[in-house]
Structures are given as structure tokens and as C-alpha cells.
Design a protein around this ligand. Structure first.
Ligand SMILES: Nc1ncnc2c1ncn2[C@@H]1O[C@H](COP(=O)(O)OP(=O)(O)OP(=O)(O)O)[C@@H](O)[C@H]1O
Length: 312
């Protein structure tokens, strides 16, 4: 369904765009129909940049995104808009998609109005059904965003994203601004919607518990790269960074992983991106590390074949 190959993104800033920051280095991923893929990693590792490239909000410096075999990167807008209803982004911050000056009914209806094929009656019936699907009543329709709770507003964002009957939702930290009980409610609701509609999900989060609960497969990102990918990553972590991330979540000691270098490899160094912080490093880690298949798991660490032996 969705396939991304070798995506790379560089932010430029400064007066003549001389300051360059590589946020994503050569990331590839695939999402199958009905599958949930979680992308985890600490703040600044490039998750949002990757999400924006998947939904065509950012054009990669290099690499390609395919949807149902069609190449979206570089496609002209007229062709691209046919696909854009099928892939929807649910951002962390509802303000990114919900206009504070509009009633929430108008925000949910907007994608249906823009596509120009529905009558007024059809739009109204669709909006009613979308409100019901996310558990909001008709009474909520005429309210403005500031008159809703955070959880209710995120449900409006989800209803709006569902309006054009997408096949894939990319949820970028969609629950991280909510308190814990509301987060659990939204995750459960997304799972139910996914089952009912047969959707695929890309679930981007730094919450490892949420990732474990919702996903079929997990990708771990560090410093703009995928360092580990598999379906039992949290039960048998093979990359030293994944282990550190799990320890950090377990013992609440972020010092294990937080690095000033996250999001940027040091100048001229082409070895492992986790080299500076890794407690298991050797000279061999100064060489570039490719993602390698270790018993069905993809791991960007030459030592992972020994780690898997230890675990078995
Ligand atoms: N507009 C920008 N200009 C320059 N650098 C940017 C810009 N947006 C993001 N970055 C940098 O790119 C890197 C990746 O940012 P990104 O927002 O993708 O990370 P993230 O993993 O989504 O973080 P978070 O979980 O905190 O949202 C970071 O180092 C960030 O500072």
C-alpha cells in the first residue's frame, strides 16, 4: 500500500540558507493494508519530518514515496490530489487543522466541501455520521474549538481526517497532548475505527506503551535513521539504543539516551549514529552500519547477531 524508499530531508535556514540540518537520513518503510506500524524515538529524531514526507507536506531531498504502486514524490498537484484523500495526517496539535474561528461542524465538513462532489444534504448527513463515529453528539457541532476539551477536539480532528474515506492514517503524536486516560480512550477508538474501516495506521509516538498496544510492527528511529524494525522489538530489543530507550521508559532516566547530537551526526563521522553514547561500542562501530536482517529483525548494528544469540 504505502512504500517509502531512502527518504532524506535537510532543513535549511539562515539569510542565504547556509545553515543545513539533516533531519532524516535514508529512511525506508512499508505499510501493508490493515497494518499498524509504530514509529518510536525520542524528541528531535526526525519522526514528524518523516510523517510530513509520507503525506507529501514536505518534498524529500532524495528518495521516493509510493502509494498503491503510484509514485507520489514529484507528481503534479492535479494527479496528487486524487491520492491525498486516501492518506490523512492526524497531527499532534489540533490547531494545525481546525480553524479557531469556525464551528467544529464546518471544520469537519470542509474536506467534503472542497472536493466539490457532494450536495448540501449529503455533506450534512456525512458530518452527522462522522460525529457519531467519533462519539460526539449533535450538540457539539455548533461549538467552537475553544469550547471543547482536548480529547473532544482531537476527536474532531479524527472525524475530519475520516471525511474523505482514507485508506491510511498517519498519526503524528496524536495523543501526546492529552492526559493519560484520554490517550487510552483515543488509542482504543482509533483501533476500533481501523477495524471497522479496514484502515492502515502509521502511529508515531514517543510513548512506548502506546506503540506496543497499538502496533503490528515497530520501527525505532534514532538521529534521523531507522535503527531497528520488527514485530517483537520491545520483547527482544537487539540494538543498544532500543535497549536504552526501553530502560529510559522503565526507570524514567532519560540521561541514558538524550544526546545533544540527536538529529545530526557529527561532522565527517560516517560510523554508527549511536556511537558516542553507546556503552557497547568498539572500533568496528566507526564503520557505516547498514540495516541487516537478524533472524527476521532489521537492526543497524553489526553486534546484533551476537545479541540475538545471547537472547536465545
Ligand atoms: N523548520 C525547521 N528548521 C530547521 N530544523 C528543523 C525544522 N523542523 C525540525 N527541525 C529539526 O529537525 C530535527 C527533526 O525534527 P522533527 O520535528 O522531525 O523531530 P521529532 O522526532 O518529530 O520530534 P518531536 O517528537 O519533539 O516532535 C530536529 O533536530 C529539529 O530541530
Amino acid at each position: 500500500m504505502l512504500k517509502a524508499e531512502n527518504l532524506r530531508y535537510v532543513y535549511t535556514s539562515g539569510l542565504i540558507k547556509t545553515i543545513k540540518k539533516t533531519a532524516v537520513y535514508g529512511v525506508g518503510l512499508e505499510v501493508c493494508p490493515g497494518e499498524t506500524v509504530a514509529i518510536v524515538g525520542e524528541s528531535g529524531c526526525g519522526k514528524s519530518t518523516l510523517a510530513k514526507m509520507l503525506v507529501q507536506q514536505l518534498a524529500p531531498v532524495s528518495g521516493e514515496v509510493f502509494f498503491d504502486g503510484a509514485k507520489l514524490t514529484g507528481m503534479n498537484w492535479n494527479n496528487l490530489r486524487k491520492f491525498m484523500g486516501k492518506i490523512q495526517l492526524i497531527p499532534q496539535n489540533p490547531d494545525d487543522v481546525v480553524d479557531p474561528r469556525w464551528t467544529v461542524e464546518r471544520s469537519v465538513a470542509e474536506p467534503l466541501v472542497i472536493c466539490g462532489v457532494f450536495s448540501k444534504e449529503e455533506i450534512s448527513a456525512n458530518v452527522d455520521a462522522l460525529f457519531a463515529e467519533v462519539g460526539l453528539s449533535a450538540e457539539h457541532k455548533t461549538r467552537y474549538p475553544h469550547e471543547l476539551s482536548g480529547g473532544e477536539l482531537q476527536r474532531i480532528v479524527i472525524a475530519r481526517a475520516l471525511a474523505l474515506e482514507p485508506e491510511l492514517l498517519v498519526c503524528d503524536e496524536a495523543t501526546s497532548m492529552l492526559d493519560v486516560s484520554v490517550q487510552a480512550f483515543i488509542v482504543t477508538m482509533l483501533k476500533e475505527i481501523q477495524k471497522r474501516r479496514g484502515l492502515s495506521l502509521v502511529f508515531i509516538t514517543h510513548d512506548l506503551e502506546a506503540a506496543k498496544a497499538i502496533s503490528d510492527r515497530v520501527l525505532v528511529m534514532y538521529a534521523g535513521e531507522i535503527v531497528e524494525e520488527g514485530n517483537d522489538v520491545f520483547d527482544r530489543p537487539l540494538h543498544p539504543y532500543t535497549r536504552a530507550l526501553l530502560d529510559a521508559a522503565r526507570y524514567m532516566s532519560l540521561e541514558v539516551v538524550v544526546s545533544e547530537e540527536v538529529g545530526e551526526l557529527s561532522d565527517g563521522f560516517s560510523g554508527c549514529s549511536y556511537y558516542r553514547l553507546c556503552r557497547e561500542k568498539t572500533d568496528a562501530c566507526k564503520k557505516p552500519q547498514k540495516l541487516r536482517d537478524v533472524s527476521g529483525r532489521l537492526v543497524r548494528c553489526w553486534k546484533s547477531k551476537y545479541a540475538v544469540q545471547k537472547l536465545s
